[in-house]
Design a protein. Structure first.
Length: 510
């Protein structure tokens, strides 16, 4: 096999395309197939930096890990990062190329990106045995079909068979499958090979009559019924689920090593980005993570995290409007732990000068750290390594803000006493580095500091490995595909494409 492919589409957003794509990648690589993920266009505030310094969606980075390959910009050539309800930053091949309104993007720019996107897919297909592509939203968004570069547009151009995933837990999955197919043109329908039911609870035999009727109505089979599995929403494009917390809470986990738990409150700021930073905290036995938007919810928190955001000035205004800013200032005065990450770090500083993101000019920060931020036109994209609290720490940087640290203690150094990043004053820490808490030794050292400052008899588990937990999750995704999908039929699709003679389901696209 060389250059085989499959497009995993969905009846809706959040139907399970990302996890199904990852599961197929993990199943294939366990069969000895050299496989890569691909998503032509992704809209997400959760992103990642590749080794070559390119920004891509975190979902594609997770899928690459499932495939046991290094993520590259080829796997997600277009990334849209919303800055408001109507505009997004456009990231092309890992680098920002401008800010566009939704109308401007769909009105012309998207069509210009079709050939580069297709070229990336063909390059991957020339390198890998199989490429598993993820669609976006629904292929039946008929208002966007003309400029589509991620669903049926790319499937048609690359002659990819399509499997449509539907979330039965939401209800109405049969209508979704039928309606999705019936709203496609005859040419698009000819590539839709069948369906995959996701998140099913109960006795599959009760579902089978409906699947038989669906086959009779559409001439298309269902390739599997995946059971509802908790804790598998890893690296979502957008949302507020804390992925590993679900896995820890729902499975047999050792109790806290110490006599206390640690409570972590994450401020749910607008345009929150890379909230996956707190997954590593949620993976620790005895650490309870929750998202909050009211000051009273900080009262019993041992640590408050101000996460990254695509709108630092907007997040700062939101914190003030909600009364959370005053609560954070009181916490700092009382010596109670606060951690700011990326945009959250910028918020904690003295001053923000922004003529790039919000164009608000000079805005006063919360003044909890002696740091001044100036937004630059060029975006910093890096995969740095350093040392903090006596432990090696790795991270990734995605920000326009440049920090001038005017005092305080070094947070992350180069190991030789020279400060690399961030700042600390008492129990307030700040850094631009995403992902640092995934470094196990550093995370444990940081939690010990938090516990001491909070007066909690919490002891980090000595053997929690975030990387091992992530691998376990990816293996569970692979198991779901292997045990509950018709893998022989999926493999035939990947190798041979959609079967000939699939019937047309009227009325078709208007």
């Amino acid at each position: 096999m060389r250059g085989g492919g499959l497009l995993v589409a969905g009846t809706t957003s959040d139907a399970g395309k990302s996890v199904v794509t990852a599961g197929i990648c993990r199943w294939l690589v366990r069969q000895g197939v050299k496989v890569a993920p691909f998503k032509g266009q992704n809209m997400s505030l959760n992103s990642f930096v590749t080794r070559e310094g390119a920004e891509i969606g975190r979902a594609q980075a997770m899928q690459a890990q499932a495939a046991r390959v290094e993520p590259t910009a080829l796997m997600n050539p277009v990334l849209l990062k919303p800055g408001s309800d109507r505009s997004s930053q456009v990231v092309l091949m890992g680098k920002p190329v401008g800010e566009l309104s939704a109308r401007g993007y769909h009105g012309g720019r998207q069509k210009e990106l079709f050939e580069p996107v297709l070229a990336c897919l063909e390059e991957l297909r020339g390198t890998y045995d199989a490429v598993i592509c993820e669609g976006a939203g629904s292929p039946a968004e008929i208002n966007l079909r003309r400029t589509d570069i991620v669903n049926m547009g790319i499937a048609r151009a690359a002659k990819l068979p399509v499997v449509v995933v539907g979330d039965i837990d939401r209800g109405g999955v049969f209508a979704q499958f039928f309606g999705t197919t019936a709203l496609l043109s005859p040419e698009d329908q000819s590539l839709v090979a069948g369906y995959l039911v996701n998140k099913f609870r109960g006795d599959v035999s009760l579902l089978e009559p409906g699947l038989d009727m669906l086959h009779g109505l559409t001439g298309r089979r269902t390739f599997g019924v995946l059971p509802y599995a908790h804790g598998l929403g890893i690296d979502e494009e957008d949302g507020l689920r804390v992925s590993l917390r679900g896995a820890v809470r729902e499975s047999v986990v050792a109790p806290p090593v110490g006599t206390d738990v640690l409570r972590v409150a994450v401020c749910a700021v607008p345009l929150m980005s890379n909230f996956t930073d707190v997954d590593a905290l949620a993976a620790e036995p005895g650490v309870i993570v929750r998202f909050v938007d009211r000051p009273e919810e900080l009262a019993d928190a041992d640590l408050v995290v101000v996460p990254g955001t695509r709108g630092t000035v907007k997040a700062l205004a939101w914190l003030r409007e909600r009364g959370l800013a005053d609560a954070l200032v009181r916490r700092a005065a009382e010596g109670r732990p606060v951690l700011g990450i990326c945009g959250g770090f910028q918020v904690l500083g003295e001053r923000i000068e922004d003529e790039v993101e919000s164009k608000a000019g000079v805005v006063d920060g919360l003044g909890l750290l002696p740091v001044r931020i100036r937004f630059g036109v060029e975006k910093t994209l890096a995969r740095p390594v350093g040392e903090a609290l006596g432990e090696r720490v790795e991270g990734y940087e995605i920000h326009h803000g440049v920090a001038e640290v005017l005092g305080g203690d070094t947070f992350i150094s180069d190991g030789n006493g020279h400060g690399l990043e961030g700042c600390r004053v008492g129990s307030v820490w700040g850094t631009h580095w995403h992902g640092s808490l995934e470094s196990d030794g550093f995370r444990r050292a940081f939690l010990r500091e938090v516990a001491a400052a909070a007066g909690r008899r919490f002891v980090p588990a000595p053997d929690t490995s975030f990387g091992a937990l992530r691998e376990e999750q990816l293996d569970r995704l692979g198991d779901l595909i292997e045990e509950h999908a018709d893998t022989d039929a999926l493999l035939r699709l990947i190798e041979n494409g959609a079967p000939e003679g699939l019937p047309f389901v009227p009325p078709g696209a208007p």
